[in-house]
Ligand binder design. Structure first.
Ligand code: NDP
Length: 319
């Protein structure tokens, strides 16, 4: 390791410590690329904020998110990945090698860079929502819906994700409220049709959540306001055990946007089925380039692709 002011040269730099980053690290270290991985602020990524993970193959009894991420970290380290705390604060992808600044001071030059910085689910920002995170409040129906079988839940949002999650939950739960702030759904017509044709989904248009109600066991209800700011404004309470946010995600791409091509929502654009970005030698994997699937297992698969793409790229460079 170098001192702060000298430039460290790295063959393969991995940014991010979710399933995509760690899987890329496992493959890259086994391919002898000597990867260095920077974890970012939230070591282990979004999965460390969930409780039980039951849909990741290989854990027949389920596993908690933090334990699974620890397992992935250990597996990456076992093959020689150097894992370091730190966040990328600047990049210069204008030439080769790629220059990356860590924590505003440390300089790294990397032949290949794998971006696996993930995305963050948006929350409403209510104090009660924060209080019940992981205790009834979730931003992933596919991950947590199973725990609410036969119960009443609510989904917030009017886009494709909200409609998809509401329909998914309707197959498991007794009743699903879809809380929509406008008078209409933004989702595609096909998705709207599915929602309206599902008898146990009740769409609450022009409703906003004011507060989540609950006890030591978790969420028990939500307080909603109807037609806020109009003469018809009124409050109502719904009894629910689960509260699912589906109001969008923010991909963590700010630091790369000067060089890397992003789509209109800020996700990294990759070439075809590959993990290649518009910059040769810079690859992307996981939620940072995938607004659609956003699962641990799909991110892990993407991390594997990125490491294989990086290995081929380095091979062509003669490294
Ligand atoms: P979107 O940005 O499309 O929708 C977000 C929804 O959340 C909107 O209805 C928005 O309301 C609402 N919202 C935002 N902030 C708040 C708030 N503070 N309070 C209440 N409601 C709020 O995000 P999605 O995740 O649904 O979709 C992202 C992209 O992925 C889209 O392009 C979508 O089409 C795509 N997608 C496609 C799927 C498919 O084709 N199968 C499945 C899932 C996603 P408002 O309308 O008022 O702004």
């Amino acid at each position: 390791m170098s001192t702060e002011n000298t430039i460290e040269k790295v063959k393969c730099l991995i940014i991010g410590s979710g399933p995509a980053g760690y899987t890329a690290a496992i493959y890259a270290s086994r391919a002898n690329l000597h990867p260095v991985l920077y974890t970012g602020l939230q070591m282990g990524g979004q999965l460390t904020t969930t409780t039980e993970v039951e849909n990741f193959p290989g854990y027949p009894e389920g596993v908690t998110g933090p334990v699974m991420m620890e397992d992935m970290r250990k597996q990456a380290e076992r093959f020689g990945t150097e894992i370091r705390f730190g966040i990328v604060t600047d990049v210069d992808f204008s030439g080769h090698p790629h220059k990356v600044t860590i924590d505003g001071e440390k300089q790294i030059e990397a032949d290949a860079v794998i971006i696996a910085t993930g995305a963050a689910a948006k929350y409403l920002g209510l104090p009660s929502e924060e209080k019940f995170k992981g205790m009834g409040v979730s931003a992933c129906a596919t991950c947590d819906g199973f725990f609410y079988r036969g119960k009443n839940v609510a989904v917030v949002g009017g886009g494709d994700t909200a409609c998809e999650e509401a329909t998914y939950l309707a197959g498991l739960c007794q009743k699903v409220y879809l809380i929509v702030r406008k008078t209409y759904l933004r989702a595609s017509k096909a998705m709207q049709k599915r929602v309206f044709e599902t008898p146990n989904i009740e769409v609450l248009f022009e409703h906003n959540t004011v507060e989540l109600l609950g006890n030591d066991m978790g969420v028990t209800g939500a307080k909603l306001v109807y037609k806020k700011g109009t003469p018809e404004e009124s409050l109502k309470e719904i009894a629910i055990d689960g509260f699912f946010l589906a109001i969008g995600h923010t991909p963590n791409t700010d630091v790369f946007k000067k060089y890397i091509t992003l789509d209109e929502q800020g996700y990294i654009v990759t070439e075809g089925k590959s993990s290649r970005t518009n910059i040769p030698g810079v690859f992307a994997a996981g939620d940072v380039m995938d607004p659609t699937y956003r699962q641990g297992i799909t991110s892990a698969g993407a991390g594997c692709r990125a490491a294989i793409d990086a290995e081929r790229y380095l091979g062509e460079l003669g490294h």
